[in-house]
Design a protein around this ligand. Structure first.
Ligand SMILES: *Cc1c(COP(=O)(O)O)cnc(C)c1O
Length: 410
Protein backbone atom coordinates (compact mmCIF):
# COMPACT_ATOMS: atom_id res chain seq x y z
CA UNK A 1 0.00 0.00 0.00
CA UNK A 2 1.37 3.36 -0.97
CA UNK A 3 0.34 5.89 1.62
CA UNK A 4 0.13 9.56 0.76
CA UNK A 5 1.28 12.75 2.42
CA UNK A 6 -1.98 13.41 4.24
CA UNK A 7 -0.99 17.00 4.89
CA UNK A 8 -2.14 17.70 1.32
CA UNK A 9 -5.67 16.88 2.42
CA UNK A 10 -5.59 19.85 4.81
CA UNK A 11 -5.15 22.26 1.88
CA UNK A 12 -8.13 24.36 1.01
CA UNK A 13 -8.90 23.54 -2.63
CA UNK A 14 -6.94 26.18 -4.61
CA UNK A 15 -9.88 28.50 -4.34
CA UNK A 16 -8.70 31.97 -5.32
CA UNK A 17 -7.69 31.96 -8.97
CA UNK A 18 -9.88 28.98 -9.97
CA UNK A 19 -12.85 30.72 -8.33
CA UNK A 20 -12.06 33.94 -10.21
CA UNK A 21 -11.86 31.96 -13.46
CA UNK A 22 -15.16 30.24 -12.66
CA UNK A 23 -16.98 33.52 -12.06
CA UNK A 24 -15.51 35.16 -15.17
CA UNK A 25 -16.55 32.16 -17.28
CA UNK A 26 -20.06 32.12 -15.85
CA UNK A 27 -20.44 35.84 -16.48
CA UNK A 28 -19.08 35.54 -20.05
CA UNK A 29 -21.51 32.72 -20.86
CA UNK A 30 -24.46 34.61 -19.44
CA UNK A 31 -23.44 37.88 -21.15
CA UNK A 32 -21.81 36.92 -24.46
CA UNK A 33 -22.11 40.48 -25.79
CA UNK A 34 -19.96 41.76 -22.88
CA UNK A 35 -17.44 38.91 -22.81
CA UNK A 36 -15.15 40.58 -25.33
CA UNK A 37 -14.94 43.71 -23.18
CA UNK A 38 -13.47 42.00 -20.12
CA UNK A 39 -10.12 43.41 -18.95
CA UNK A 40 -8.09 41.30 -16.56
CA UNK A 41 -6.34 43.16 -13.75
CA UNK A 42 -6.42 40.13 -11.51
CA UNK A 43 -3.46 37.82 -11.88
CA UNK A 44 -0.01 39.22 -11.11
CA UNK A 45 1.53 38.42 -14.46
CA UNK A 46 3.52 40.76 -16.66
CA UNK A 47 2.13 41.70 -20.07
CA UNK A 48 4.94 43.43 -21.94
CA UNK A 49 7.43 41.53 -24.13
CA UNK A 50 10.98 40.70 -23.02
CA UNK A 51 13.67 43.41 -23.12
CA UNK A 52 15.47 43.33 -26.50
CA UNK A 53 18.85 42.76 -24.83
CA UNK A 54 17.45 39.60 -23.19
CA UNK A 55 16.03 38.29 -26.46
CA UNK A 56 19.37 38.82 -28.19
CA UNK A 57 21.33 37.07 -25.43
CA UNK A 58 18.93 34.14 -25.36
CA UNK A 59 19.19 33.74 -29.15
CA UNK A 60 22.96 33.71 -28.80
CA UNK A 61 22.67 31.14 -26.02
CA UNK A 62 20.61 28.85 -28.24
CA UNK A 63 23.06 29.31 -31.14
CA UNK A 64 25.91 28.26 -28.86
CA UNK A 65 24.00 25.07 -28.07
CA UNK A 66 23.79 24.38 -31.83
CA UNK A 67 27.57 24.02 -32.24
CA UNK A 68 29.89 21.31 -30.94
CA UNK A 69 32.55 23.87 -29.99
CA UNK A 70 30.27 26.06 -27.91
CA UNK A 71 27.76 23.47 -26.71
CA UNK A 72 26.96 23.36 -22.96
CA UNK A 73 25.61 20.27 -21.26
CA UNK A 74 24.77 20.23 -17.56
CA UNK A 75 25.89 23.44 -15.93
CA UNK A 76 26.70 24.07 -12.29
CA UNK A 77 23.63 23.25 -10.16
CA UNK A 78 24.07 26.56 -8.33
CA UNK A 79 24.13 28.58 -11.54
CA UNK A 80 26.79 29.92 -13.88
CA UNK A 81 29.48 32.11 -12.36
CA UNK A 82 28.82 34.85 -14.97
CA UNK A 83 25.28 35.31 -13.66
CA UNK A 84 26.05 34.91 -9.95
CA UNK A 85 28.80 37.50 -10.23
CA UNK A 86 26.65 39.90 -12.28
CA UNK A 87 23.97 39.71 -9.58
CA UNK A 88 26.44 40.51 -6.81
CA UNK A 89 28.06 43.35 -8.80
CA UNK A 90 24.74 44.94 -9.73
CA UNK A 91 22.40 44.18 -6.85
CA UNK A 92 24.51 43.65 -3.75
CA UNK A 93 27.29 46.21 -4.05
CA UNK A 94 28.74 47.01 -0.63
CA UNK A 95 26.50 44.46 1.10
CA UNK A 96 29.27 41.89 1.66
CA UNK A 97 27.60 39.19 -0.41
CA UNK A 98 29.82 36.94 -2.51
CA UNK A 99 28.91 35.19 -5.76
CA UNK A 100 28.96 31.75 -4.13
CA UNK A 101 26.24 32.89 -1.72
CA UNK A 102 23.86 33.32 -4.70
CA UNK A 103 21.99 30.25 -5.97
CA UNK A 104 20.34 30.52 -9.40
CA UNK A 105 17.02 28.75 -9.86
CA UNK A 106 14.03 28.51 -12.15
CA UNK A 107 12.06 31.02 -10.10
CA UNK A 108 11.10 32.22 -6.66
CA UNK A 109 7.87 30.29 -6.31
CA UNK A 110 9.89 27.09 -6.27
CA UNK A 111 12.58 28.58 -4.03
CA UNK A 112 10.19 29.93 -1.40
CA UNK A 113 8.52 26.53 -1.29
CA UNK A 114 11.64 24.34 -1.53
CA UNK A 115 13.48 26.19 1.23
CA UNK A 116 11.45 24.22 3.77
CA UNK A 117 13.50 21.15 2.80
CA UNK A 118 16.37 22.43 4.95
CA UNK A 119 14.32 23.24 8.06
CA UNK A 120 13.10 20.81 10.67
CA UNK A 121 9.57 20.20 11.87
CA UNK A 122 8.24 21.88 14.94
CA UNK A 123 9.32 25.40 14.02
CA UNK A 124 6.89 28.19 14.79
CA UNK A 125 6.12 29.86 11.46
CA UNK A 126 5.13 33.53 11.33
CA UNK A 127 3.25 34.63 8.23
CA UNK A 128 1.77 38.01 7.39
CA UNK A 129 -1.92 38.22 6.57
CA UNK A 130 -2.80 38.93 3.73
CA UNK A 131 -0.01 36.97 2.05
CA UNK A 132 1.32 35.32 -1.11
CA UNK A 133 -0.41 31.91 -0.72
CA UNK A 134 2.71 29.86 -1.55
CA UNK A 135 4.25 30.42 1.91
CA UNK A 136 1.16 29.09 3.67
CA UNK A 137 0.42 26.14 1.40
CA UNK A 138 3.99 24.84 1.37
CA UNK A 139 4.00 24.83 5.17
CA UNK A 140 0.74 22.91 5.14
CA UNK A 141 2.27 20.33 2.78
CA UNK A 142 5.29 19.98 5.08
CA UNK A 143 3.08 19.24 8.06
CA UNK A 144 3.98 22.47 9.83
CA UNK A 145 0.35 23.39 10.48
CA UNK A 146 -2.87 22.02 11.86
CA UNK A 147 -6.18 22.06 10.01
CA UNK A 148 -7.78 25.13 8.48
CA UNK A 149 -10.67 26.78 10.29
CA UNK A 150 -13.81 28.02 8.50
CA UNK A 151 -12.06 31.28 7.58
CA UNK A 152 -9.17 29.39 6.00
CA UNK A 153 -6.67 30.11 8.79
CA UNK A 154 -4.44 27.13 9.67
CA UNK A 155 -3.83 26.03 13.22
CA UNK A 156 -0.24 26.36 14.39
CA UNK A 157 0.69 29.29 12.15
CA UNK A 158 1.43 32.63 13.77
CA UNK A 159 -0.51 35.10 11.63
CA UNK A 160 0.60 38.72 11.62
CA UNK A 161 -2.30 40.93 10.51
CA UNK A 162 -1.35 43.72 8.11
CA UNK A 163 -3.98 46.43 8.31
CA UNK A 164 -4.48 50.06 7.40
CA UNK A 165 -3.67 50.85 11.07
CA UNK A 166 -0.13 49.43 10.82
CA UNK A 167 0.35 50.63 7.24
CA UNK A 168 0.22 46.96 6.13
CA UNK A 169 3.61 46.38 7.76
CA UNK A 170 3.36 44.02 10.75
CA UNK A 171 5.58 44.72 13.72
CA UNK A 172 7.41 41.79 15.35
CA UNK A 173 5.04 39.88 17.64
CA UNK A 174 5.44 39.31 21.37
CA UNK A 175 5.37 35.54 20.73
CA UNK A 176 8.47 33.66 19.69
CA UNK A 177 8.71 32.57 16.05
CA UNK A 178 11.43 30.50 14.38
CA UNK A 179 10.79 31.22 10.70
CA UNK A 180 9.36 34.53 9.49
CA UNK A 181 8.14 35.22 5.98
CA UNK A 182 8.39 38.85 4.91
CA UNK A 183 7.72 40.22 1.42
CA UNK A 184 8.52 43.83 0.52
CA UNK A 185 7.40 45.50 -1.65
CA UNK A 186 4.41 43.41 -0.78
CA UNK A 187 2.15 41.27 -2.87
CA UNK A 188 -0.81 41.87 -2.49
CA UNK A 189 -0.84 45.17 -0.57
CA UNK A 190 1.95 47.04 -2.37
CA UNK A 191 3.28 48.14 1.04
CA UNK A 192 6.99 48.70 1.64
CA UNK A 193 9.01 48.51 4.85
CA UNK A 194 11.50 51.22 5.79
CA UNK A 195 14.90 50.70 7.39
CA UNK A 196 13.63 51.06 10.97
CA UNK A 197 10.85 48.54 10.41
CA UNK A 198 13.23 46.00 8.88
CA UNK A 199 15.79 46.66 11.62
CA UNK A 200 13.12 45.80 14.19
CA UNK A 201 12.59 42.47 12.41
CA UNK A 202 16.31 41.72 12.23
CA UNK A 203 16.68 42.55 15.93
CA UNK A 204 13.71 40.32 16.72
CA UNK A 205 15.17 37.47 14.64
CA UNK A 206 18.52 37.73 16.38
CA UNK A 207 16.95 37.93 19.84
CA UNK A 208 14.79 34.87 19.13
CA UNK A 209 17.32 32.92 17.09
CA UNK A 210 14.87 33.03 14.17
CA UNK A 211 15.38 33.11 10.41
CA UNK A 212 13.79 35.74 8.15
CA UNK A 213 12.76 34.49 4.70
CA UNK A 214 12.74 37.74 2.76
CA UNK A 215 10.95 37.81 -0.59
CA UNK A 216 12.16 40.79 -2.63
CA UNK A 217 10.54 39.83 -5.95
CA UNK A 218 9.33 43.41 -6.43
CA UNK A 219 12.41 45.36 -5.30
CA UNK A 220 12.90 46.82 -8.80
CA UNK A 221 9.63 48.75 -8.45
CA UNK A 222 10.84 50.80 -5.48
CA UNK A 223 10.85 54.49 -6.39
CA UNK A 224 11.59 56.05 -2.98
CA UNK A 225 15.39 56.16 -2.46
CA UNK A 226 14.96 55.74 1.33
CA UNK A 227 13.35 52.31 1.07
CA UNK A 228 15.72 49.32 1.29
CA UNK A 229 15.83 46.97 -1.70
CA UNK A 230 17.44 44.13 0.23
CA UNK A 231 17.26 42.79 3.77
CA UNK A 232 21.06 42.75 3.63
CA UNK A 233 21.08 46.56 3.76
CA UNK A 234 20.12 46.05 7.40
CA UNK A 235 22.85 45.52 9.97
CA UNK A 236 22.74 42.03 11.43
CA UNK A 237 20.76 40.47 8.60
CA UNK A 238 23.78 38.41 7.47
CA UNK A 239 23.27 36.34 10.63
CA UNK A 240 19.56 35.68 10.30
CA UNK A 241 18.15 36.21 6.79
CA UNK A 242 17.73 34.50 3.43
CA UNK A 243 16.62 36.59 0.46
CA UNK A 244 14.61 35.50 -2.58
CA UNK A 245 14.66 37.40 -5.83
CA UNK A 246 13.34 36.75 -9.30
CA UNK A 247 13.66 38.08 -12.84
CA UNK A 248 9.93 37.50 -13.33
CA UNK A 249 8.59 40.94 -12.58
CA UNK A 250 11.48 43.28 -13.50
CA UNK A 251 12.65 41.41 -16.60
CA UNK A 252 9.30 39.96 -17.66
CA UNK A 253 10.59 36.42 -17.03
CA UNK A 254 7.33 34.88 -15.79
CA UNK A 255 7.31 32.59 -18.83
CA UNK A 256 11.11 32.26 -19.08
CA UNK A 257 11.76 31.22 -15.44
CA UNK A 258 14.78 32.44 -13.50
CA UNK A 259 15.24 33.51 -9.90
CA UNK A 260 17.79 33.25 -7.13
CA UNK A 261 18.29 32.75 -3.42
CA UNK A 262 20.92 34.61 -1.42
CA UNK A 263 22.19 32.76 1.66
CA UNK A 264 25.13 34.32 3.51
CA UNK A 265 27.48 31.67 4.91
CA UNK A 266 27.05 33.21 8.34
CA UNK A 267 23.36 32.26 8.66
CA UNK A 268 22.97 29.15 10.78
CA UNK A 269 20.28 26.95 12.24
CA UNK A 270 20.38 24.47 15.05
CA UNK A 271 20.54 20.66 14.83
CA UNK A 272 18.78 18.40 17.35
CA UNK A 273 21.77 18.66 19.71
CA UNK A 274 21.98 22.43 19.52
CA UNK A 275 25.00 22.48 17.19
CA UNK A 276 25.00 25.36 14.70
CA UNK A 277 24.92 24.41 11.01
CA UNK A 278 25.27 26.92 8.14
CA UNK A 279 22.09 27.01 6.06
CA UNK A 280 24.30 27.70 3.03
CA UNK A 281 25.82 24.24 3.36
CA UNK A 282 22.38 22.58 3.53
CA UNK A 283 20.92 24.54 0.61
CA UNK A 284 24.01 23.80 -1.46
CA UNK A 285 23.59 20.09 -0.76
CA UNK A 286 19.87 20.21 -1.46
CA UNK A 287 20.44 22.07 -4.72
CA UNK A 288 23.12 19.65 -5.95
CA UNK A 289 20.86 16.69 -5.21
CA UNK A 290 17.47 17.89 -6.42
CA UNK A 291 18.27 20.44 -9.14
CA UNK A 292 20.37 20.40 -12.28
CA UNK A 293 20.60 24.13 -12.84
CA UNK A 294 18.53 26.66 -14.75
CA UNK A 295 18.68 26.52 -18.54
CA UNK A 296 21.82 27.98 -20.13
CA UNK A 297 20.06 30.30 -22.63
CA UNK A 298 17.85 31.53 -19.79
CA UNK A 299 20.84 32.37 -17.60
CA UNK A 300 22.43 34.16 -20.59
CA UNK A 301 19.22 36.15 -20.96
CA UNK A 302 19.12 36.95 -17.24
CA UNK A 303 22.70 38.22 -17.28
CA UNK A 304 21.78 40.55 -20.16
CA UNK A 305 19.44 42.37 -17.76
CA UNK A 306 22.61 43.81 -16.21
CA UNK A 307 24.07 45.06 -19.50
CA UNK A 308 23.76 48.80 -20.22
CA UNK A 309 20.96 48.23 -22.78
CA UNK A 310 19.31 45.69 -20.52
CA UNK A 311 19.22 48.08 -17.57
CA UNK A 312 17.73 50.85 -19.70
CA UNK A 313 15.10 48.49 -21.13
CA UNK A 314 14.15 47.16 -17.69
CA UNK A 315 13.87 50.74 -16.39
CA UNK A 316 11.49 51.49 -19.24
CA UNK A 317 9.36 48.47 -18.32
CA UNK A 318 9.24 49.50 -14.66
CA UNK A 319 8.34 53.06 -15.66
CA UNK A 320 5.56 51.71 -17.85
CA UNK A 321 4.02 49.59 -15.08
CA UNK A 322 4.46 52.28 -12.44
CA UNK A 323 2.80 54.77 -14.80
CA UNK A 324 -0.13 52.36 -14.94
CA UNK A 325 -0.16 52.12 -11.14
CA UNK A 326 -0.32 55.91 -10.86
CA UNK A 327 -3.33 56.11 -13.21
CA UNK A 328 -5.12 53.32 -11.31
CA UNK A 329 -4.41 54.99 -7.98
CA UNK A 330 -5.81 58.29 -9.24
CA UNK A 331 -8.95 56.70 -10.68
CA UNK A 332 -9.70 54.77 -7.49
CA UNK A 333 -9.00 57.81 -5.32
CA UNK A 334 -11.44 59.84 -7.41
CA UNK A 335 -14.08 57.20 -6.69
CA UNK A 336 -13.69 58.15 -3.05
CA UNK A 337 -12.09 54.84 -2.06
CA UNK A 338 -9.13 54.47 0.32
CA UNK A 339 -6.18 53.55 -1.89
CA UNK A 340 -2.89 51.95 -0.77
CA UNK A 341 0.21 50.64 -2.52
CA UNK A 342 0.99 51.35 -6.16
CA UNK A 343 3.76 53.84 -5.33
CA UNK A 344 6.68 51.45 -4.90
CA UNK A 345 4.97 48.31 -6.16
CA UNK A 346 2.90 47.25 -9.18
CA UNK A 347 -0.14 46.49 -7.03
CA UNK A 348 -2.83 48.91 -5.92
CA UNK A 349 -4.67 47.77 -2.80
CA UNK A 350 -8.08 49.35 -2.45
CA UNK A 351 -10.58 49.32 0.41
CA UNK A 352 -14.08 48.29 -0.67
CA UNK A 353 -16.86 50.77 0.10
CA UNK A 354 -18.20 50.45 3.67
CA UNK A 355 -19.95 47.13 4.21
CA UNK A 356 -19.03 45.63 0.82
CA UNK A 357 -17.08 42.36 0.93
CA UNK A 358 -14.11 41.54 -1.28
CA UNK A 359 -16.10 39.06 -3.39
CA UNK A 360 -19.10 41.41 -3.67
CA UNK A 361 -16.73 44.05 -4.98
CA UNK A 362 -15.24 41.51 -7.39
CA UNK A 363 -18.74 40.77 -8.75
CA UNK A 364 -19.61 44.45 -8.99
CA UNK A 365 -16.44 45.28 -10.92
CA UNK A 366 -17.02 42.33 -13.25
CA UNK A 367 -20.73 42.96 -13.85
CA UNK A 368 -20.72 46.75 -14.03
CA UNK A 369 -17.27 47.49 -15.47
CA UNK A 370 -16.15 44.14 -16.95
CA UNK A 371 -12.91 44.54 -14.99
CA UNK A 372 -11.42 41.50 -13.23
CA UNK A 373 -9.74 42.32 -9.91
CA UNK A 374 -8.48 40.06 -7.13
CA UNK A 375 -10.56 39.86 -3.95
CA UNK A 376 -8.38 40.68 -0.94
CA UNK A 377 -9.93 37.91 1.15
CA UNK A 378 -8.30 35.38 -1.18
CA UNK A 379 -4.92 36.34 0.33
CA UNK A 380 -5.99 35.80 3.93
CA UNK A 381 -8.73 36.85 6.29
CA UNK A 382 -7.13 40.26 7.00
CA UNK A 383 -7.54 40.96 3.27
CA UNK A 384 -11.35 40.91 3.62
CA UNK A 385 -12.82 44.28 2.65
CA UNK A 386 -10.07 45.01 0.11
CA UNK A 387 -9.34 44.20 -3.51
CA UNK A 388 -6.10 44.20 -5.49
CA UNK A 389 -5.71 45.81 -8.89
CA UNK A 390 -2.61 44.82 -10.82
CA UNK A 391 -0.70 47.43 -12.83
CA UNK A 392 0.64 44.68 -15.11
CA UNK A 393 -1.21 45.63 -18.28
CA UNK A 394 -0.96 47.65 -21.47
CA UNK A 395 -1.41 51.42 -21.09
CA UNK A 396 -4.45 51.24 -23.31
CA UNK A 397 -6.15 48.70 -21.07
CA UNK A 398 -5.34 50.69 -17.94
CA UNK A 399 -6.76 53.87 -19.46
CA UNK A 400 -9.91 51.98 -20.36
CA UNK A 401 -10.15 50.55 -16.82
CA UNK A 402 -9.82 54.07 -15.38
CA UNK A 403 -12.57 55.33 -17.69
CA UNK A 404 -14.89 52.53 -16.62
CA UNK A 405 -14.11 53.15 -12.95
CA UNK A 406 -15.19 56.78 -13.20
CA UNK A 407 -18.37 55.72 -15.00
CA UNK A 408 -19.15 53.32 -12.15
CA UNK A 409 -20.18 56.12 -9.85
CA UNK A 410 -20.99 58.89 -12.32
C1 LIG B 1 5.66 36.86 -8.69
C2 LIG B 1 6.17 36.58 -7.34
C3 LIG B 1 7.34 35.87 -7.16
C4 LIG B 1 8.15 35.38 -8.33
O1 LIG B 1 7.80 34.12 -8.67
P1 LIG B 1 8.55 33.36 -9.85
O2 LIG B 1 8.35 31.93 -9.52
O3 LIG B 1 9.99 33.76 -9.79
O4 LIG B 1 7.90 33.77 -11.13
C5 LIG B 1 7.81 35.66 -5.87
N1 LIG B 1 7.14 36.13 -4.81
C6 LIG B 1 6.01 36.83 -4.95
C7 LIG B 1 5.34 37.36 -3.73
C8 LIG B 1 5.48 37.07 -6.21
O5 LIG B 1 4.34 37.75 -6.33
Amino acid sequence: MATINSNFLKLKAGYLFPEIARRVKAYSEANPEKAGKIIRCGIGDVTEPLPAAVVKAMHEGVDEQANRETFHGYGPEQGYEFLRQAIVDNQYQSMSISADEVFISDGSKCDTGNILDIFGNGNTIAITDPVYPVYVDTNVMEGNTGDADEKGAYGGLLYLPCTAENGFVAAPPTEKADLIYLCFPNNPTGATANKEQLKAWVDYAKANDAIILYDAAYEAFIQDPEIPHSIFEIEGAHDCAIEFRSFSKNGGFTGIRCGYVVIPKTVTGSDANGNRVPLHQLWNRRTSTKFNGASYPVQKGAAAIFSEEGKAQVNALIEHYMGNAKLLREAATELGLAVYGGENAPYVWIACPEGVSSWDMFDKMLEEAQVVVTPGSGFGSAGEGYFRVSAFNSRQNVQEVCKRLSALVG
